[in-house]
Design a protein around this ligand. Structure first.
Ligand code: ZN
Length: 304
């Protein structure tokens, strides 16, 4: 078996991927408090919000206010999700408040069309301009590809197609490309083969895995990605968010479950599990319902 990385980078995406999928909008001050708790866990990468149109995702209509209010340690790299040039222009009015932009599209035409009302080629053209402008502002650019391991409308998405989109993003200035298993269709064998091929075809690009636990295979997919050499992951505290299709399905892998597993495997994340559990517990209280994270319910391995 391949040697696993000794440490990995985790980007916490709960404040964006999680909060945007809550049926009710969390008050801005609650979001800010939860984000600041996350900032105390030792994590180094945090996606705090998204500059999508407020009428599309009203839950994140307070992007400006959240970004202006959060106080985070200087070592935390703050990212915002950007759908298009208009979103970037909004974000740039607060250029001093963040370090990275994550520009997204889907690998499958149907999902992209339904999600953002554009063809994949139109989205790519927009992201080329977004990354050029963001790069000129000194921002680090990540391209995020949804439905990389399967599309709820089209089914299997060919690897060549996903890697073709990734190459376009890298060519447009993305130094990191994230691959999202949007509706939990990946399996460990497909994941390992995919990332082995991605590493060979995208040298010098940081490859990030964004798995959903829709069908309970999220952490198995993480291990498969580790075996292929992936050392960058995205997850969400409390298992918040993801794509609730079909209704009630779970979404992102829980950051606590990921950090706990990696710690038990001897892989460093820099994240303090107890502090992360405090943040997840606070989210659970704020939302008033039990969250899906396993470690939140069971406690850490050394709980006794
Ligand atoms: Zn997600």
């Amino acid at each position: 078996m391949a040697e696993l990385p000794s440490s990995v980078r985790i980007r916490e995406v709960g404040p964006r991927d999680g909060f945007q999928n809550e049926p009710e909008t969390l008050p801005t001050e609650v979001k800010v408090r939860l984000i600041e708790l996350l900032g105390q866990t030792g994590l180094r990468r945090l996606e705090v919000t998204s500059f999508v149109r407020a009428d599309v995702i009203p839950q994140l209509a307070d992007a400006e206010q959240v970004l202006a209010a959060v106080r985070l340690p200087p070592e935390v790299s703050v990212s915002v999700l950007i759908p298009n040039e208009r979103g970037l222009e909004r974000a740039l009015r607060q250029r001093e408040c963040f370090h990275e932009v994550n520009g997204f599209l889907s690998a499958s035409e149907t999902h992209n069309e339904r999600n953002v009302g554009r063809s994949v080629e139109q989205s790519l053209a927009g992201l080329r301009r977004v990354f050029a402008r963001a790069g000129a502002e000194g921002l680090r650019c990540e391209g995020v590809i949804s439905t990389a391991f399967g599309c709820p409308y089209e089914g299997h998405v060919p690897v060549e197609r996903v890697l073709g989109v990734a190459r376009e993003l890298a060519g447009a200035g993305a130094v990191e490309v994230g691959f999202g298993d949007t509706t939990g269709m990946a399996n460990p064998l497909a994941v390992r083969e995919f990332f082995e091929r991605a590493a060979a075809e995208l040298p010098g690009v940081e490859l990030t895995a964004h798995f959903h636990n829709t069908r309970g295979q999220g952490l198995a997919n993480v291990v498969a990605a580790l075996e292929a050499g992936v050392a960058s992951f995205e997850s969400s505290f409390g298992e918040l968010g993801g794509c609730p299709v079909p209704a009630g399905a779970t979404g992102n892998i829980a950051s606590e479950d990921l950090v706990s597993m990696l710690a038990e495997m001897g892989i460093a994340t820099g994240i303090d599990l107890a502090a992360l559990l405090d943040a997840a517990r606070a989210a659970q209280e704020a939302l008033g319902r039990p969250l899906g994270s396993h470690v939140l319910r069971a406690g850490p391995v050394d709980w006794h």
